[in-house]
Design a protein around this ligand. Structure first.
Ligand code: NDP
Ligand code: HSE
Length: 437
C-alpha cells in the first residue's frame, strides 16, 4: 500500500513515527506493507527533528503527489478548507482512499467529499476528526447501525474543557484560565476556534450527520463559546451542585405536531456534579450516546495531541488498506433519513437565571408572572440578600430561578422581558442547565 501524506505537523509527524515504529505489525494486520510514497508540506526547509523518514520524500507539490499512479491512500493532516478540499476531491474522484482528520472541511462541505468518494469508489474515513483518539465515529457509523440513536451529548473540545475545569477548581476567571491553558500548550496562539465554539460545532455537525443519517453542516449548528462564562457563573453552578461544561448536544425527536427533526447545538451549560460528563477534567473529551435499544454508552479519552490523533489516523489507514486489498469499499455515506434541522428556538432546554431585584412586596409575583406569560414553568426559586452576604444591601435581593424544560425561544424571550422590568436591577447570569432530573 502506497501512502501520500499531506501535512507533517503535530499529527503528521506522529503518523510518520507510528508508521515507522509499527511497520511489521501493520503489515501483518493488513496483509501488505505500508510505504510512504511522499509527504507534502508547506516549508521544505523546516527542521523536523529526528523524524525516521527519507528526507527526499518531502515535496511542496501536494497535487502532483496525489495524482501519482502509485499512490493508493491519501492521508490529509493539513487542515482548513482550501486547498484541502480540492486535493481530497481530486484524490477520491481518482479512486484513491482518503483518511482525514479535517473536521473543519467535513463540517463545511462533507457532501463534496462523500460525493467524490461515491464517484471514485474509494473509502473516506475520518475517525480522528472528532475526539482524537477516541473510537467514536466507527461505532456510530457501524456498530450502532442496527439501533436508533436519539441523543449525543459530549465534551469534544479539550482546550475549553481545560479552561472550564480550571475555573471550577480554582475560582479563576476566564482570562486567567485561558492564560494557563496557553502556557501549558493546550490553547493555540489564536484560541478563537476553540473558545468561540467553532471547533466543537464542526465536530457536532459530524456526529449528528452520522448519528441521525442526515447531512448536517457547521451552519446548521447553534454555537456559543465560553468567553462570556464568568467566575460568578461557575460559583453559582457550584452552589447548585453543578459544574459548567462546553457541551455539544445533538438530539433527534418529534415535535408537538409529530414532525421528526434533529437539533444540534454547542454552548456552555450547567450539569450536575453527579452527571458522568461532570468528572471529565483537564483536556479530556467524553461523549455520551443514547440509543433506543443499546441505552446509554459513554466514550472517554484524549481528544487531541499528535500521538493520540495519529492512533485514530492509523486505525483508519489499516481499515481502508484492508478494503483495497480485498477489492471492496466500506458502506457509503448514510444520509437517507434526510431529517430537517430545527432552529435553536425550538430546542428544549432549561435555564438557570440569576437576578438582582428590588426587595419589596409583589416582586416575586411580577417575576413569576413573566415566566407564566411565556408558558415557562419554574422548577426552583432561591432568594437571598443581594451580594450573597447575610446582611446584603438592604433593598436588593438575589433571586436564582431554575426552570423546567421549555423551548429555548420562550426562555430567551422571558429573559429579554425580565431585563425590561424596573424591579429587575440586573440579570447577573443566564446559563442553560442540562442533564438534570
Ligand atoms: P499543524 O499546523 O501542526 O500541521 C499542518 C501541516 O500541514 C504542516 O506540516 C504544514 O507544513 C502543512 N501544510 C500547511 N499548509 C500546507 C499547504 N498549503 N501545502 C502543503 N502542506 C501544508 O496541524 P495539526 O497537525 O495540528 O492538525 C492537522 C489536522 O488534524 C487539522 O485538520 C486538525 O484540525 C486535525 N486535528 C488535530 C489535532 C491536534 O491535536 N493537533 C487533533 C485532532 C484533529 P509545514 O510543516 O511545512 O509547515
Ligand atoms: N483544538 C482542539 C481541542 C484539538 O482543543 O480539542 C482537537 O480537535
Amino acid at each position: 500500500m502506497r501512502l501520500a501524506l499531506l501535512g507533517c505537523g503535530t499529527v503528521g509527524t506522529e503518523v510518520v513515527r507510528l508508521l515507522h515504529d509499527q511497520s511489521a505489525d501493520l503489515a501483518a494486520r493488513i496483509g501488505a506493507p505500508l510505504e510512504i510514497a511522499g509527504i507534502a508540506v508547506r516549508r521544505l526547509g523546516r527542521d523536523r527533528g529526528d523524524l525516521p523518514v527519507d528526507p527526499s520524500l518531502f515535496t511542496t507539490d501536494a497535487l502532483g503527489l496525489i495524482k501519482r499512479d502509485d499512490v493508493d491512500v491519501v492521508i490529509e493532516v493539513v487542515g482548513g478548507i482550501e486547498p484541502a478540499r480540492g486535493w481530497l476531491v481530486e484524490a477520491l474522484r481518482a479512486g484513491k482512499s482518503v483518511v482525514t482528520a479535517n473536521k473543519a472541511l467535513l463540517a463545511e462541505d462533507g457532501a463534496a467529499l462523500h460525493d467524490a468518494a461515491a464517484e471514485g469508489g474509494g473509502d473516506l474515513y475520518y475517525e480522528a476528526s472528532v475526539a482524537g483518539a477516541i473510537p467514536l465515529l466507527r461505532p456510530l457509523r457501524e456498530s450502532l447501525h442496527g439501533d436508533r440513536v436519539t441523543r449525543v451529548t459530549g465534551i469534544v473540545n479539550g482546550t475549553t474543557n481545560f479552561i472550564l475545569s480550571a475555573m471550577h477548581a480554582t475560582g479563576a476567571g476566564f482570562a486567567e484560565a485561558l492564560e494557563e491553558a496557553t502556557e501549558l500548550g493546550y490553547a493555540e496562539a489564536d484560541p478563537t476556534a476553540d473558545v468561540e465554539g467553532f471547533d466543537a460545532a464542526a465536530k457536532a455537525a459530524i456526529l449528528a450527520s452520522l448519528a441521525f443519517h442526515t447531512r448536517v453542516g457547521a451552519a446548521d449548528v447553534h454555537r456559543e463559546g465560553i468567553t462570556e462564562v464568568t467566575a460568578a457563573d461557575v460559583a453559582s453552578a457550584k452552589a447548585m451542585g453543578c459544574t459548567i461544561k462546553l457541551l455539544c448536544i445533538a438530539a433527534r425527536g418529534a415535535d408537538a405536531t409529530g414532525r421528526e427533526a434533529v437539533s444540534v447545538r454547542v454552548h456552555p451549560a450547567m450539569i450536575p456534579l453527579t452527571h458522568p460528563l461532570a468528572s471529565v477534567g483537564d483536556a479530556f473529551n467524553a461523549v455520551f450516546v443514547e440509543a433506543e435499544a443499546a441505552g446509554q454508552l459513554m466514550f472517554y479519552g484524549r481528544g487531541a495531541g499528535g500521538a493520540p490523533t495519529a492512533s485514530a489516523v492509523l486505525g483508519d489507514v489499516v481499515a481502508v488498506s484492508r478494503n483495497r486489498l480485498a477489492g471492496v469499499r466500506s458502506a457509503s455515506e448514510s444520509a437517507y433519513a434526510d431529517l430537517p434541522v430545527r432552529p435553536m428556538g425550538e430546542a428544549l432546554t432549561r435555564y438557570h437565571i440569576s437576578l438582582d431585584v428590588t426587595d419589596r412586596p409583589g416582586v416575586l409575583e411580577a417575576v413569576a408572572g413573566m415566566f407564566a406569560r411565556h408558558d415557562v414553568s419554574i422548577a426552583t426559586v432561591r432568594q437571598g440578600p443581594s451580594g450573597g452576604g447575610a446582611a446584603g444591601r438592604g433593598d436588593d435581593a438575589d433571586l436564582v430561578i431554575v426552570t423546567h424544560v421549555a423551548p429555548d425561544a420562550a426562555l430567551a424571550a422571558t429573559v429579554r422581558e425580565l431585563r425590561g422590568l424596573d424591579i429587575v436591577r440586573s440579570v447577573a447570569s443566564v446559563l442553560r442547565v442540562e442533564g438534570g432530573p
